[in-house]
Ligand binder design. Structure first.
Ligand code: GLA
Length: 375
């Protein structure tokens, strides 16, 4: 139990679901995520030392981080993300003061719903608050992304940290990852709900496979840049893809084709959401999943079983893997009145196929970063 009165601030940052636009943020594409009510909260107070003392409500760990020696926590489970945030904030010239932090994370770890982004964004905002600095959400998202890349070693795009910091209740975000221009699009799902189910696959190697995909698209850009006159892969047109794809190996061609088509699907998806056309949105989700499975190869047996089972339910208009992949969650569009029938069906069928349980999360589309004064 946390006694809120013992702390000065409560900083809360969101997990996220990505409705569509997968593995294109680092290609400069537009993505369509939304912030969740599953979150990481940081309760924080200054302690007048040069140490950051961290504890967790959900873990038995406790650790004291030395502000002067931040490199040594890279292999420290859980604390590594926080030490990374402190180091990056410090390198960016931010004032860092000793403090006590309690971390309360309700984003399930390893679910593909961006627990790490929620932890990073809330931690960096907590450091800023304690140091008396302005909270600039976009700047915090960018620092959080650097912490993930430079300290945790995942060469990620900006989608997760941006959604975690800048999300808005009941809105999806059409985020242009090249310019960081963000348009909020009200969730207009009518009689339908977004349902998030975790395949619960115990996953490993995500980091290296993620970085491998990223390297493949970086390579493709280096080959196509001058020929197609593009500055990022998301700018590649279908006709230029057809013209130049012979310059790439068949595998890299598939990766690039996913990027080109997923970018188009995001545009169609936001139009569908604005029109309340859930049938079209659902169809786009299905196409996105098929592309992630066959062309980008980031799904695997369990996410495929989960998405295809969901797609087979009559009340489901579409279902796809959300997030980085190799495990994690699906997002499905389901007739609200049939949600419990749908989840029963999917959980049972999944267990039959895979041999262990999937898990459905009850969550809403919520605000990004929030700061409360507790004193
Ligand atoms: C992870 C990364 C994001 C994004 C997604 C895939 O969540 O952190 O930047 O690349 O995978 O869309």
């Amino acid at each position: 139990m946390i006694n809120e009165k013992d702390y000065l601030y409560k900083i809360s940052a969101a997990g996220r679901v990505n409705i569509i636009g997968e593995h294109i943020d680092y290609c400069g594409g537009k993505v369509f995520p939304a912030a969740l009510s599953l979150r990481n909260e940081v309760f924080v107070r200054p302690n007048g030392t040069d140490k950051i003392n961290i504890s967790w409500t959900t873990l038995p760990h406790k650790i004291s981080i030395d502000i002067e020696n931040l490199e040594k926590y890279k292999n420290e489970p859980y604390a590594n993300y926080i030490a990374g945030c402190v180091l990056i904030a410090k390198r960016a010239g931010k004032k860092i003061l000793g403090c006590d932090m309690v971390q309360n994370c309700t984003v399930p770890f390893g679910s593909g719903l961006s627990s790490s982004a929620a932890i990073e964004v809330s931690t960096i905002a907590a450091l800023a608050k304690i140091a008396g600095e302005e909270i600039d959400k976009v700047e915090i998202a960018l620092l959080a992304q650097r912490a993930e890349r430079e300290y945790a070693g995942v060469n990620c795009g900006i989608m997760d940290q941006f959604a975690s910091a800048c999300g808005k209740k009941n809105n999806a975000m059409l985020l242009d990852c090249k310019t960081l221009n963000c348009e909020f699009v009200p969730l207009n799902t009518g009689e339908y709900s977004l349902v998030i189910i975790d395949c619960n696959k115990p996953h490993s190697l995500i980091q290296s496979k993620y970085n491998e995909r990223r390297a493949e698209t970086d390579y493709a850009l280096s080959v196509l840049k001058d020929k197609a006159k593009i500055s990022c892969l998301a700018e590649l047109s279908s006709s230029d893809f057809n013209k130049y794809s012979h310059l790439l190996s068949p595998k890299v061609q598939n990766r690039v084709l996913h990027v080109v088509e997923e970018c188009k699907r995001v545009n169609l998806a936001q139009t569908a959401m604005k029109a309340g056309d859930m049938a079209t949105l659902g169809e786009l989700l299905n196409q996105s999943h098929a592309s992630l499975s066959r062309l980008y190869e980031v799904t695997g047996r369990e996410p495929d079983a989960l998405a295809y089972t969901a797609q087979g339910h009559p009340a489901c208009l579409g279902s796809r893997l959300t997030g980085g992949g190799f495990g994690g969650c699906t997002v499905s569009i389901v007739k609200t009145e049939a949600v419990s029938d749908f989840t029963d069906f999917v959980l049972k069928q999944y267990n039959k196929k895979i041999g262990y349980e999937a898990k459905c999360y009850l969550t809403e589309i919520a605000d990004g970063l929030t700061v409360s004064n507790l004193a």
